[in-house]
Write a protein that binds this ligand. Structure first.
Ligand SMILES: [Ca+2]
Ligand SMILES: [Ca+2]
Ligand SMILES: [Ca+2]
Ligand SMILES: [Ca+2]
Length: 396
């Protein structure tokens, strides 16, 4: 049992029976419009099996400068004045707070397709994340997740489990998704009230054939309450087992299958950032750009290239000169000058695997943009460019 508050001086003698004051008498005030909270934890013993439902209210009081007293009967929840009329002591806002000791075992499971990678061999490597949660009011033992890969990837597909890992549970090393569909070691795992845990599974799928590219897949969770009752759930797609937050994950809209698709989907993504612009006393400007490349699709990409036309970026009379081009991730093109050779990467020399990222840094010296100018300014630069260019180069 405990009583704490960040806002008030609590009454350490509060025991809820002979002393029912939560706050130290005469020691606390509350300014207009302010709020404050008190947290009480109570251990309740010996209720017996016939007594499981309880209703409960608390009372508040305070004194005004003119000596008038104001009181309120608590409302259920965290909002004293739900209708916002500055009167909390009215019908609909004095409702008791229910407490229930009836065991309510509730397990929830979500299944997410983290990554699908199509390999040159024609096989696909699929990674799933399973998120398990105890949504009930009793600890669960003997918890299990089952996922039938033969049902998920039917003949002629041949699924093979490449890895199964968890930071939270003891996994079943014999899981193969076909003859043994238990992800967790049977009898070895439990989950306390309110806790969550995850399991990651990577599966290699071979031999599906070109006609079979779209799959739907569900997993199942189960656990045992202290009274021996069992709770089960069908997985929902994504990482949240109980999207509507009602502590019941096994309902319509929360048992949806997880899609997997083997149709090739090449997707490259590029971002360009102005890391630094340095205006030199000479009137030249030194500009550093960072290019971030990402493989957002499900196939590895070869022959990747980034082009950047500096003559278009900095038109006459500007003279852009590449000072440096570097990358920790790719073989750069040492001949890149941004005018006659626009390729940042050495042609034919670079690839990017599914889900990977990489960066290139380029520093450019820009001279001679305007006669009679000793420094470039954004304002002046914008006068020279068309409106579109001006927006594009606002960083310059
Ligand atoms: Ca009200
Ligand atoms: Ca009230
Ligand atoms: Ca729900
Ligand atoms: Ca569900």
């Amino acid at each position: 049992m405990s009583i704490t508050s960040d806002d008030y001086i609590i009454n350490p003698a509060y025991n809820g029976t002979s002393d029912i004051n939560l706050l130290l008498p005469g020691a606390n005030g509350i300014p207009v419009g302010e709020k404050g909270a008190v947290l009480v934890t109570v251990m309740v013993n010996n209720c017996g099996s016939g007594q499981t439902g309880f209703m409960n209210t608390a009372n508040a009081s305070g004194t005004a400068p003119n000596g008038a007293t104001t009181t309120d009967i608590s409302d259920n929840g965290s909002e004293p004045d739900a209708n916002g009329n500055n009167n909390a002591n009215e019908a609909g806002e004095n409702d008791p707070t229910p407490v229930n000791f009836a065991p309510n075992p509730q397990i929830g499971l979500a299944k997410r397709n983290v990554k699908t990678e199509l390999l040159p061999s024609g096989a696909a490597q699929v990674t799933f994340e399973f998120n398990l949660e105890n949504l009930g009011n009793v600890n669960l033992s003997n918890i299990q997740i089952t996922d039938d890969l033969a049902a998920a990837f039917p003949a002629t597909c041949v699924p093979t489990v490449m890895s199964i890992t968890s930071d939270d549970y003891i996994i079943n090393p014999a899981y193969n998704g076909t003859s043994d569909i238990n992800l967790l070691l049977p009898g070895a795992n439990g989950i306390p009230v309110g806790e969550k845990g995850a399991v990651l599974v990577t599966v290699m799928v071979n031999n599906c054939g070109s006609a079979q590219t779209s799959f739907l897949n569900t997993a199942n969770a189960s656990g045992t309450a202290p009274n021996g009752a069992t709770t089960t759930d069908i997985s929902d797609n994504g990482s949240e087992p109980d999207a509507n937050g009602n502590n019941n994950a096994n309902e319509a809209g929360e048992n949806d299958p997880t899609p997997v698709n083997f149709a090739p989907n090449p997707q490259i993504g590029l971002a360009k950032r102005n890391v630094k612009t340095e205006l030199l006393p000479s009137g030249a400007a030194q500009v550093t750009f960072e290019f971030n490349l990402e493989n957002l699709g499900n196939v590895n990409l070869s022959n990747i290239q980034i082009t950047d036309d500096l003559a278009a970026a900095f038109p006459a009379t500007c003279v852009p000169t590449v000072m440096s081009i570097t990358s920790d991730d790719y073989i750069i093109n040492p001949a890149y000058d941004g005018t006659s050779d626009l390729n940042l990467l050495l042609p034919g020399a670079n690839g990017i695997p599914v889900g990977e990222k990489g960066a290139v840094l380029v520093t450019v010296m820009v001279n001679n943009c305007g006669s009679g100018q000793t420094r470039l300014s954004e304002h002046r630069q914008c006068q020279w460019y068309s409106a579109q260019r001006c927006n594009d180069h606002r960083h310059f």
